[in-house]
Design a protein around this ligand. Structure first.
Ligand SMILES: Nc1ncnc2c1ncn2[C@@H]1O[C@H](COP(=O)(O)OP(=O)(O)O)[C@@H](O)[C@H]1O
Ligand SMILES: [Mg+2]
Length: 335
């Protein structure tokens, strides 16, 4: 990609507006994603943070149009990537032009995402062949060498025919990153590994991707349940609870001035280095049943600051400061 990254930084590459993805089961409807709006700018990393079951994966699968079928359906909203509403596209177009090309997924488990029986050159080249971006054996070889150079693999031309087991763990991570950026996507999505992958590996992959982001202007959505990891990686953080974003803002703002009691609870749950870990705080209680979410604030039952109004009316998205939103009745209550 030759485009000037400076010119692109700050422009939204993704705009999600009032997204609702529900899962229709025999026993009822799970409101997995229920009115989510956010954007991701070029060159920026947005963290999507929240406890398990809050709708993070369903949000990313909705963007890729890979929600579980049958059952799940995106019932309303807009998902604009580089100006195109992907909800208007048919499956063929998604396969040909969107997945792996406009948007790529980054597997955070490099050990399992590379196929042991194919050479590194063949696996990285597959993206170019599939999207028909580069034609001919030697041109594909050159493109693969180029993308491996961009992820700083030394002398890639000599290592194309090697197999994954001949690469070190760190180099395999670089190959995974190379596959994600091969087609110059506008947006990358990294969903947290379901296995308990070592957090340091996770952070290493993302650090590498951040360097690449600066060069290419690609936007990144980084999904995690761990606020501590998000603090290390993200420019902005969106906190999800029970299918909705309850707070969003710059990472410094979210950490220095969290305005939603749920965000405050998540921050209190981060283990602190050097502090004796006698009993790690965790937010008491459980998220609501997403088939019958409460009509008021979904966090009310667990909130230490709950008021009568919280139980009956969902709080509006209040602006705490420019770019900082929190859906809580406590915000601006004196206005
Ligand atoms: N295949 C599925 N069938 C039924 N419910 C599902 C399915 N996948 C996810 N859910 C429900 O959707 C909600 C959101 O899930 P998910 O997006 O996976 O959460 P997260 O990624 O934040 O842990 C949860 O209530 C979960 O139980
Ligand atoms: Mg998930």
């Amino acid at each position: 990609m030759n485009a000037d990254p400076q010119a692109k930084v700050g422009q939204p590459v993704l705009k999600v507006d009032d997204l609702r993805t529900h899962i229709f089961l025999k026993r009822g409807t799970v409101q997995a994603v229920d009115g989510v709006s956010f954007h991701v700018n070029a060159g920026e990393t947005l963290g999507l943070v929240g406890e398990s079951g809050s709708g993070k994966s369903m949000t990313s699968l909705s963007i890729l149009r890979l929600i579980p079928k049958p059952g799940a359906r995106t019932v309303s909203g807009r998902i604009e990537i580089d100006g195109i509403n992907v909800l208007d596209l048919d499956e063929d177009t998604m396969v040909r032009d969107v997945r792996g090309k406009l948007v790529s997924m980054i597997s955070q488990d490099p050990m399992t995402s590379l196929n042991p029986v194919f050479s590194i050159g063949d696996q990285v080249g597959a993206a170019f062949r599939f999207h028909d971006l580069v034609r001919g054996r030697s041109a594909i070889r050159d493109a693969v060498v180029n993308v491996l150079q961009r992820v700083r693999i030394p002398s890639p031309e000599r290592r194309l025919d090697d197999f994954p087991h001949q690469y070190s763990g760190g180099m395999r991570q670089r190959v995974v990153a190379a596959m994600a950026i091969a087609c110059s996507p506008k947006l990358m999505i990294a969903d947290e590994p379901t296995s308990n992958l070592d957090v340091t590996i996770q952070v290493q992959i993302i650090r590498l991707l951040r360097e690449i982001q600066k060069e290419t202007g690609v936007g990144l959505i980084f999904i995690t349940h761990d606020m501590g990891v998000a603090a290390n990686i993200c420019d902005r953080v969106a906190v999800m609870y029970a299918g909705r974003i309850v707070e969003i803002g710059d990472v410094e703002t979210i950490f220095d001035n969290p305005s939603h009691p749920y965000t405050q609870g998540l921050l209190d749950s981060i283990p602190h280095l050097g502090r004796r870990r006698e009993r790690l705080y965790s937010i008491p209680g459980n998220p609501p049943d997403m088939q019958n979410p409460p009509s008021g604030c979904r966090f009310a039952a667990r909130c230490p600051h709950v008021m009568d109004r919280c139980r009956s009316e969902y709080p509006p998205e209040a602006t705490v400061a420019p770019g900082h939103m929190a859906a809580c009745w406590l915000v601006g209550k004196n206005e």
